[in-house]
Design a protein around this ligand. Structure first.
Ligand SMILES: [Zn+2]
Length: 260
C-alpha cells in the first residue's frame, strides 16, 4: 500500500510493474447447483514437511449483486468483522480442474487449470477422512458433484477415481512430476499455490473498490439461514443479474448463492 496516499514512488512504484493480479474468484474451484466436476489434488498430504494450513474468511455480496466474493479475515482489527459480518474457518488446497472446462469471452477453452479449492468445516472433516484413507491427497483424482443450492460449492458428493503414481510411498515432488506428465502440464506449474500471497487479507480500500455491500451480505445471510426459499429478500437485490454463467464461472448467475 502506498505510504503517502495515492502516489507511489521508488520501489513501491516499480514493484507494481511486476505485481501479479490479485488471485481472483475465478481462480477458485466452484460448482453450480447440479454441476459435476473432476479434480486432481496437487497438495494435501498433510505431512510434517507439507502441513495443511487454515485461515478465516468472509464471503460477501457486492453492491451490484455479485456473489460470492471473498476476503480473508486478519482477525484482530478486521474491518469486515467490525461491520458485523462473521468469518468462518477455511482450509485451502491446490488442485487441477479437469472438469468443468470453460470458455472465455474470446472463445478460448480453458482446461486443466490450477485452482484454489477452499473447504469449510464439514467438508474438511470429510477431506481429513479421505487423507487418512488414501494416505495423502496428492495425485488423487475425484469426480465431484454438487447436489443442491445449500450444498458446498466444491461439491458434496466426492467419488475417488485413482491416485496418480500409485499407492506406494512417493515423494510429493516426484508425484507432482507424474501429475504434470499425465496432464501435459509444465512441471513448474504443478505446485502448491502460495496461500500467504494469494489469500492475503485485503485492505478496506480494496474491498470498497470491489463494491463490498455489508448490509446486503447480512440480509442475504439472514434469509439463507432463516430457511427461506433460496435468496429471498437479499436475492432480489440483483443477485441474478449476471444471467447465465459463461462456462461455470462464479459471480455470474443463478445458483451461486450458498454462503458455504
Ligand atoms: Zn474478519
Amino acid at each position: 500500500m502506498p505510504e503517502n496516499g495515492w502516489f507511489n514512488t521508488g520501489k513501491e512504484a516499480t514493484d507494481r510493474a511486476s505485481a501479479k493480479p490479485q488471485f481472483g474468484v475465478s481462480h477458485r474451484y466452484y460448482l453450480k447447483v447440479g454441476g459435476e466436476g473432476e479434480i486432481v489434488f496437487i497438495d494435501g498430504d498433510n505431512t510434517v514437511e507439507e502441513p495443511i494450513g487454515s485461515y478465516r474468511e468472509h464471503a460477501f455480496v457486492t453492491k451490484d449483486g455479485k456473489w460470492p466474493n471473498f476476503a480473508s479475515c486478519p482477525g484482530k482489527g478486521c474491518q469486515v468483522c467490525r461491520e458485523g459480518l462473521k468469518p468462518y474457518d477455511a482450509w485451502p488446497f491446490t488442485i487441477i480442474q479437469l472438469k468443468p472446462t470453460w470458455t472465455d469471452r474470446a472463445g478460448k477453452e480453458h482446461t486443466n487449470e490450477i485452482k484454489l479449492l477452499v473447504a469449510k468445516k464439514e467438508a474438511m472433516q470429510k477431506i481429513l477422512r479421505h487423507i487418512g484413507l488414501r494416505k495423502g491427497l496428492i495425485g488423487t483424482q475425484w469426480n465431484v458433484f454438487r447436489s443442491g443450492q445449500k450444498s458446498y460449492t466444491i461439491g458434496d458428493d466426492w467419488q475417488f477415481q485413482r491416485k496418480i503414481g500409485g499407492d506406494g510411498v512417493v515423494l510429493p515432488l516426484e508425484r507432482r512430476i507424474l501429475i504434470a506428465k499425465e496432464f501435459s502440464l509444465k512441471p513448474e506449474d504443478v505446485k502448491q499455490i502460495n496461500y500467504r500471497e494469494a489469500l492475503k487479507p485485503k485492505t478496506i480500500e480494496e474491498l470498497m473498490a470491489e463494491g463490498i455491500d455489508f448490509e446486503g451480505t447480512k440480509r442475504r445471510e439472514a434469509s439463507f439461514f432463516g430457511g427461506g426459499q433460496g435468496g429471498g429478500q437479499a436475492g432480489a437485490q440483483g443477485g441474478q443479474s449476471g444471467g447465465q454463467a459463461a462456462g461455470g464461472q462464479p459471480n455470474q448467475g443463478a445458483g451461486s448463492d450458498v454462503p458455504y
